[in-house]
Design a protein around this ligand. Sequence first.
Ligand code: BG6
Length: 487
Amino acid sequence: MDTTAKPSQTIIVIFGAGGDLAWRKLLPAIYNLYLDNWLPENFLVLGLDIKNMTLPEYQLHVREGINKFSRSGKTKKKDWLAFEKCLQYKKGDFNTAATYNYVAKLIKQTEKEWAGKSNRIFYMAVSPAFIETIVTSIGAAGLAADKAFSRIVAEKPFGQDLDSARRLNKIICNTFDESQVYRIDHFLGKETVQNILAFRFANALFEPIWNRNYISHVQITVAEQLGVETRGGYFDHAGALRDMIQNHLLQLLCLISMEPPVSFDADEIRNRKTDVLHAIRDIEQLDVHKYAIRGQYGAGWIEGKKVKAYCDEPGVNKTSHTETFAALKLFVDNWRWQDVPFYVRSGKRMNEARSYITIHFKPVPHKSFPTEATGNWQPNSITMNIQPRMFISMNFQAKKPGLQMVLNPVNMLFDYAESYKTGTPEAYETLLLDVMQGDSTLFMRADQVEAAWDIIMPVLKAWTEDAPVYFPNYAAGMPGPEGSELF
Ligand code: BG6
């Protein structure tokens, strides 16, 4: 990762520029990169969408999104007036050659003005159904030909299953070389997630005990209090397994369990992560019930407010069998991790909004303290809290102050808010800057995506073939279905 250099001149073409992702995430992130002085002087965003908007209307729409969602708060007039000059908008149909001819012409003109080639980033902020047409048309317009300058960014969901992911990879790789493809998993851009590599490999302390000899099990949890909001239509065809486990949670598992990389080279890191995915023990379809639990929320209470059942959410089928909670017990079959269970779980409308990883260590081999001293004894654990609070804590035993020897578990804490007063970039800021700099370390390679699908396919198949008769099985505001905490 180049941590210092500004990217060279860049044109970002956003397909689906009038949609939610561009509004809430991409443009606020680009604006923050501008405020933090990370954008090159020659910089242009071309928004493409089927929506009929003039440029001033688009600029206003973008500004409203930034005012609402940016971590840096409302735009200031002077900054905004300078920034809005980088924005262009074009109403375009993704199915017609005219749209791509327009893009090609604009790029040509702009590069002429800038007197040199620029990075051309094609961002797919669209439903996956459009990707084939867009990618093929970009290729036909000759816009992908320059391997060093042209890049494509693809959002998740990357396919619906292993076959469709393979097909999508094939379509993209017919036009782009793998080195030009940036498949986003936004969790990898989160500050606390990037810190997992620093924690593990920049310290001599933890790596010697980071294995089956000392670790009893690992818990990876992404709990949300939000429901499906306005995305019921999408989510009802996806479910928690596809939406969260196949990508975000498996990526976290890789970072926790990968072997030390030899360097920070993008492919070195991605190879080590892919090794983990290949080492995850196959789950036989018949055994899925032993290794996986699913759930769907019913009506309930979140922070004192009554909320609807999943099946009553807009866009969701009234008799839906889609899971809003999924948990898997996985094993990484290699020398380091043999027989250490990794529990990954994620759900919507849970009792808390919190993403965290806990490494649970084995108990000490022998308790030399008198029995009266050890009533409260707990094995050690390390918790990496990803969000909303960002911290790492270590739980260990200490002597409770007093005249007797009594042991008590205590915490040692590194809290980002206390240690750093500077703001933390949003995941999309990090990832967009990486794309502009041509650094694919934090992006998913085709083989990684396919390996991740391969792991969950038996569960997907079993859950599709065997409809749940017991849904909803947890009330909104509860920590998932009964039994899932023991799992
Ligand atoms: C997205 C999922 O990838 O991640 C959403 O599609 C989920 O369903 C979201 O809510 C969670 O991301 P974050 O960054 O808000 O924790």
